[in-house]
Design a protein around this ligand. Structure first.
Ligand SMILES: [Zn+2]
Length: 182
């Protein structure tokens, strides 16, 4: 049956219902062919730990500072700046790099559309207010729309809408992977 008379938004909403009913992304979303998603909810600790390691800003006080940045209002700064360990002349510059990165991944910046810096091949961002995710940067090479990278459910729904409105060619790897078999 052709579904071409449904518009993109309708297809997108149909897809959310399919995803919920099948538990599709819940079962597959963490694996690489489906974006390699991790969902942290309001727990910023894994995001802070990844940043601490990536930026080399990883004293206990620095980790606490990154958590404070992630949990605070957008563009705000915790008042307690972590002290530089011995020999770290770069400390303040690194702290500013962390701050700039956190600013760029907040929900208001639409980081799914305005791609932030990755940390070791993963993109971390605030998908919804106080709800954090990450996914594999490499998944963007098979992307159709920036919005699909907001969250696992959006990834599924945008691809479903793209396929069922004829935007996605049969030769696209994700069509063979799952879209034609839904
Ligand atoms: Zn949606």
């Amino acid at each position: 049956m052709s579904q071409s008379y449904f518009d993109w938004t309708t297809l997108h909403e149909i897809a959310h219902a399919i995803d919920d009913k099948k538990g599709f992304m819940k079962a597959r979303g963490a694996t690489a062919p489906y974006g390699g998603w991790a969902e942290y909810g309001s727990n910023v600790a894994p995001v802070a730990q990844a940043a601490a390691a990536h930026f080399n800003f990883s004293t206990p006080a620095a980790l606490k500072y990154i958590k404070g940045l992630l949990e605070g209002a957008a563009n705000s700064r915790p008042s307690d700046k972590p002290a530089a360990p011995p020999g770290r002349a770069d400390w303040n510059v690194v702290r500013q790099n962390v701050e700039t990165w956190v600013d760029s991944i907040r929900v208001g910046k639409e980081p799914w559309a305005n791609l932030p810096q990755d940390l070791g091949g993963r993109i971390y961002h605030e998908a919804y207010a106080n709800s954090w995710v990450s996914y594999l940067k490499a998944a963007r090479s098979q992307g159709i729309k920036g919005y699909q990278f907001r969250a696992p459910g959006e990834w599924f729904s945008e691809l479903y809408a793209a396929y069922n409105s004829g935007v996605l060619k049969d030769s696209h790897p994700l069509v063979k992977n799952f879209l034609r078999d839904l």
